[in-house]
Design a protein around this ligand. Sequence first.
Ligand SMILES: CC(C)(COP(=O)(O)OP(=O)(O)OC[C@H]1O[C@@H](n2cnc3c(N)ncnc32)[C@H](O)[C@@H]1OP(=O)(O)O)[C@@H](O)C(=O)NCCC(=O)NCCS
Length: 146
Amino acid sequence: MAPVFRPFRPDDTEAVVALWDACGLLRPWNDPRRDIARKVAEQPELFLVAEQAGRDDERTVVGVGMAGYDGHRGWVNYLAVRPDLQGSGLGRAFMAEFERLLTARGCPKVNVQVREGNEQVLGFYASLGYAPDRAVSLGKRLIADD
Ligand SMILES: CC(C)(COP(=O)(O)OP(=O)(O)OC[C@H]1O[C@@H](n2cnc3c(N)ncnc32)[C@H](O)[C@@H]1OP(=O)(O)O)[C@@H](O)C(=O)NCCC(=O)NCCS
């Protein structure tokens, strides 16, 4: 059965953290459970999981992503599809859903940040019409997680 999207629920936490881990998205300086708590406090309706029904109709989280709109740009972070399902169109469907939700809020442009060393994902975004911006991404940590 095709995965269905729904907003994140607190009891998804461990499945989501395990999925990010399996997809290589965890970093020691980002506590994923704190990241989840922060997202649940801000536009939680843009924090989606994809759920797939398995045997006995048991539902499993097979994808996750966080989107947000800051009033100028939309952002998508922590997008992950379970490794054995990658390449089957779920990532594309996720981004289409985020674009739909962001457009409905009046968001004119969506940005994604791809970490150095994860360049293979650029092919995914390129196939969805995302192009490099003439900008350098800068950041400053305000709250240390460790
Ligand atoms: C990135 C990710 C979410 C993409 O999800 P996915 O379900 O594998 O992607 P899809 O199957 O929907 O692919 C969509 C399109 O991108 C293309 N694509 C996917 N990965 C690609 C790659 N590495 N290089 C080139 N094209 C790629 C597919 O061929 C497909 O094109 P098509 O629809 O024209 O056939 C998934 O691979 C993932 O979880 N990666 C690990 C975590 C990660 O790096 N997340 C991104 C953080 S910025």
